[in-house]
Design a protein around this ligand. Sequence first.
Ligand SMILES: [Zn+2]
Length: 381
Amino acid sequence: MLFKEIIGQQEVKQKLLGLVRDDRTPHALMLFGPEGTGKLTLAVAMAQYLSCKDRKEDDSCGVCPSCIKFEKLVHPDLHFVVPVLKTGSMTAPPVSDDYAAVWRETLLADFYLTESQWYEALGAENKQGIINVKESENIIRKLGFKPYESDYRMVVIWLPEKMNQSAANKLLKLIEEPPQKTLILMVSEHTDRILPTILSRTQLLHVPPVSETDLREGLLQQEQTDPQLVEDAVLRANGSVSIALQTLRQDEIEAHHFELFTELMRLCYARDIVKINGWVERVAGIGRERQKQVIDYSLRLLRENFMLHMENDTLNYMSAKEANFSNKFSPFIHEGNVHALAEAFTLAGNHIEANGNPRIILMDLSIGVIRLLMQKAPTAG
Ligand SMILES: [Zn+2]
């Protein structure tokens, strides 16, 4: 991870660079602040810079053997300690090393990983991980070795507030008497839950929320997407890159559902069986989870269109794009067909869930929609 790849945080980056350049790297450093601001990725960038064989003024070189290993998170002198929990048939209390591969993969996929996303990656949503005493013993052992390739042995402790009492006590001992040339980099979101004696022996560096300007610029550079979606994500993010990225991904998925739904409605209205068949083939290929999402999305938009048809404007929850489409489409959704349409989509969703053949289910659905869209609205009175 290069500093220049991290969104915003100029001030923090300058401080970290300064520590290394002026040879003032402490034994224990803690980056703390709210979730989603890039603390973990800043910690990894700091370790990479410290270890880089051809350090530049403002960043690691990115091409030396050390940097290459950092890019894959496989440098032998870089260790991670993260909160973990028992999964599957595990009996012994787990440690980070048990999940080293999934950690690397998850972090490389998203450096703005949040704690709950991590537990999700472990297949344990809604559970809480901890850092146990065995983990602290592992750190002490690892930092006791001579460095393999770097001048430093480095350990990144993500969320030290997740340490239990005995783990924290062991860590405190280590911080009090650190081996030569070690760097303990902690990344915390709740310093109030950390032993004051650890905090007082640690250099603390606050990482603030990312400014809207930095966030907008960073997202536009990194994510190839609609500037309108970026703007929406920035406004909802409150300075958290994690939330901005989640919003952006969700919005992109919604935008795709919108395209699929409106396309199907147009094709059904035109009774274009050849193109409908192409649509069915494409949707059959996106997987059952996504197919169910498309069905759910369709049901929502059908309901919104019916509401719009009934001129019950206050009940509408639509984006500008959806409203634009619906203004033209809603006349076709009325008392005469809305229930049957909803039933057809619900049934298709149930059949997909029950592992039916998506090609047959979606083609049946489309033919049903053609027939239902042809029905005229019942005349009032
Ligand atoms: Zn390098």
